[in-house]
Ligand binder design. Structure first.
Ligand SMILES: *[C@@H]1O[C@H](CO)[C@@H](O)[C@H](O)[C@H]1NC(C)=O
Ligand SMILES: *[C@@H]1O[C@H](CO)[C@@H](O)[C@H](O)[C@H]1NC(C)=O
Length: 520
């Protein structure tokens, strides 16, 4: 199992936007074959229009190649592993011009290409290999262990596993619109007041994190949480959330609760964002283009629920709504220009379907009588608290249940649905070591139990600076590097909350615990 090594304590602003990194690995292959052909370079003129019409997602002037499909936007499209490694590492080198693709009737497919998507974009593999090499030059990497490759394997593993277990709420999974006026005005004002480079804070990415190629193209954050900035703070966050919620609810038909909102990320020249799905509970999301200085549009590439790749380009004030838990999304083509600033707004569905309610109301009106559906449309009323966006009978249901043992939900227990805290969490949080001891004695399975935000009792004890709690949990065998839904470890929280020199931080560091902050 590829374990990340302890990172040096993070300081300053940490990477925000919760994106997943798992600690499991796949046996993905790291072939080094590299070939041959040059990428044909048909670039699209920057579009000056900001209309949200269907054909303005990305101006394309390329013709599909022989055998290449066209997506619903008329773009010549392709599958996964073509622009970037998504389900396998490395990128496909199953070029369209190879004999078995040109004339399959007379050329059997060589075994190494069976099942490999056709590569239409040229030698993307060489570009990717260069990126990973640069990561290893920065973070170190040997033939036996490479933190960069390990995080890549985690990303790919999650991209395969998570989407198929997810409940989706829209047909295609994404939609481009103009941002609601209220959202755009607030964000724009905040940006205008703080866009001077002196306010950009370097994002401090966990060691070996490959979601962005930050080692060669640094990213910055203008955080709405940084109260030293004009207009920042909870008030602004609340306004942005409130203003965005209706729009996204209307799109998904689901009632939503706020999930995460960090600030404006600024990408710089050469930036790449690895294609990924977000860690739950970041489910229903929006990206808003705030500002850019680019030589050509920098598309976000998504894989629609129809399996096709789509490019979406955005002008300032454009917003892309997307189902970030199931929709693969990334920016695999390096940014050409000075900077690109965008903000991410994430929500979580509550399980209350607005469509259902409207539908039921209409039905009842037409029938002129009550039927036996309760109001509120909890059609998937669950006895075990499984979040509504995880499909039953899937691998994610299994995983969720493992990390939420013994969780039962009755209507009277709604609160435990929102926190998922166990008695072990409560005792750890309050520093009640005796209570914690007796809880663990009787309910050993709560040792590493996760609440709805992925916090374990050790996270709680570490954040709270309760040394005896942390020692007890560790002695009982608690896993020291669990990552919460933001991706953060207990040590990260201890350092953030109590400082590096605090006994809890020191104790965890002596154990070799990892200091990993929120991913993205
Ligand atoms: C949801 O979307 C993902 C990605 O497009 C897909 O793999 C999955 O099968 C979809 N879920 C359902 C229930 O159709
Ligand atoms: C997306 O844009 C890139 C870079 O311009 C291009 O190579 C690729 O073919 C486009 N993909 C789609 C689906 O339009």
């Amino acid at each position: 199992m590829g374990r990340r090594r302890a990172a040096t304590p993070a300081s300053g602003v940490t990477a925000s936007l919760c994106i997943a990194l798992l600690s499991t690995t796949t046996s993905a292959l790291w072939g080094q074959k590299s070939s041959e052909i040059a990428v044909s370079d048909e670039e699209n003129p920057p579009s000056s229009s900001s209309s949200s019409s269907f054909n303005n997602y990305h101006q394309v002037n390329t013709e599909p190649q022989a055998g290449q499909n066209v997506n619903l936007l008329g773009q010549p499209t392709y599958g996964v592993d073509v622009s970037f490694p998504i389900h396998h590492i490395p990128i496909s080198d199953n070029y369209a011009w190879l004999p078995h693709n040109v004339d399959p009737a007379n050329n059997p497919t060589p075994p190494q290409y069976v099942g490999m998507p056709v590569q239409y974009l040229g030698n993307r593999r060489a570009e990717y290999d260069r990126m990973i090499k640069a990561c290893e030059d920065h973070y170190g990497g040997s033939s036996t262990f490479s933190v960069c490759k390990t995080t890549e394997e985690d990303r790919v593993e999650m991209s395969i596993r998570q989407p198929s277990s997810m409940q989706n709420y829209t047909e295609l999974g994404f939609k481009k619109i103009r941002a609601p006026r209220e959202v755009w005005e607030r964000v724009k004002k905040f940006w205008e007041e703080n866009k001077d480079r002196k306010y950009w804070k370097s994002e401090n990415w966990p060691r070996g994190n490959t979601y962005t190629n930050h080692w060669e193209a640094p990213t910055y954050m203008v955080s709405v949480e940084d109260t030293s900035l004009r207009g920042a703070g909870n008030n602004l966050k609340r306004h942005i959330w409130d203003a965005a919620r209706d729009t996204i609810q209307e799109w998904t038909g689901e009632e939503l609760t706020d999930c995460s909102l960090y600030g404006i990320r600024v990408y710089t020249e050469g930036s790449v964002l690895a294609t990924h799905v977000d860690r739950m509970p970041l489910v229903s999301s929006a990206i808003l283009n705030v500002d850019q200085d680019v030589d050509e549009p920098w598309p976000i590439e998504v894989y629609g629920h129809d399996g096709n790749a789509y490019n979406i380009t955005m002008e300032p004030g454009d917003m892309v709504l997307y189902e970030s838990h199931s929709l693969l999304h990334g920016r695999p083509f390096p940014l050409k220009g000075r900077f690109y600033a965008n903000i991410f707004i994430h929500f979580e569905p509550t399980g209350h379907s607005l469509r259902h309610e409207a539908h039921e109301a209409a039905l009842q009106a037409s029938r002129g009588k009550q039927d036996n559906h309760p109001h509120g449309g909890h059609e998937a009323e669950m006895s075990d608290g499984l979040p509504p966006y995880i499909k039953r009978g899937t691998i994610e249901e299994e995983r969720w249940k493992r990390s939420h043992p013994g969780k039962k939900k009755s209507s009277a227990e709604k609160d435990s649905f929102t926190t998922g805290s166990t008695p072990a969490h409560v005792a750890a949080q309050t520093g009640d070591v005796e209570q914690l001891n007796s809880v663990i004695e009787t309910m050993a399975h709560l040792l590493d139990a996760k609440d709805v935000n992925g916090w374990t009792p050790l996270h709680e004890g570490a954040r709270g600076g309760h040394e005896s709690v942390v020692r007890l949990l560790v002695n009982k065998g608690a896993s020291i590097n669990e990552r919460n839904t933001e991706g953060a470890t207990p040590l990260y929280w201890s350092i953030k909350q109590n400082g590096v020199d605090h006994p809890v931080s020191q104790f965890l560091m002596e154990l070799g615990a990892l200091n990993i902050g929120p991913d993205l």
